[in-house]
Design a protein around this ligand. Sequence first.
Ligand SMILES: Cc1cc2nc3c(=O)[nH]c(=O)nc-3n(C[C@H](O)[C@H](O)[C@H](O)COP(=O)(O)O)c2cc1C
Length: 130
Amino acid sequence: MNIAVRYYSLTGNTKAVADAVAEAVGVKALSVDAPQAEIKESVDLLFIGGALYAYGLDKHLKVYLKTLKKEKVKKAVVFSTSWLSKHSVDLIKNGLKEAGIPVEEEFFYVKNKPSDEQKKQAADFARKFI
Ligand SMILES: Cc1cc2nc3c(=O)[nH]c(=O)nc-3n(C[C@H](O)[C@H](O)[C@H](O)COP(=O)(O)O)c2cc1C
């Protein structure tokens, strides 16, 4: 099974979740602005995460979502962190759906910085899909 983990994180909270997810599924989490972030080879599963900033997604993630191709991503699973609102989950899901990529209904969410327990929960969540 081909799996990728991508995220955008300004202050490290979403990165911490991404790293826990990636470790659980045996890949490396890449920031969407990393040179190798583009999905060139088809993946069965893309875990993709971001946070909410002033009620919206960061531009880096918005732009990245537009680069995704349904031919290259069979299914996506969303994770997110924010202070209060889970709107970021909907915004990421909407971006994926606009690209025609099937999105798992269930998502993983943490309020701000994940605790060690929440990192374990993120890992358990990710393993369910492989
Ligand atoms: C500039 C800025 C704007 C934010 N705006 C919101 C917001 O509108 N709603 C919200 O629930 N959280 C907001 N937050 C909180 C972040 O979404 C939250 O801390 C998140 O975990 C940050 O993720 P990151 O560490 O991966 O960047 C904001 C944080 C920052 C730094």
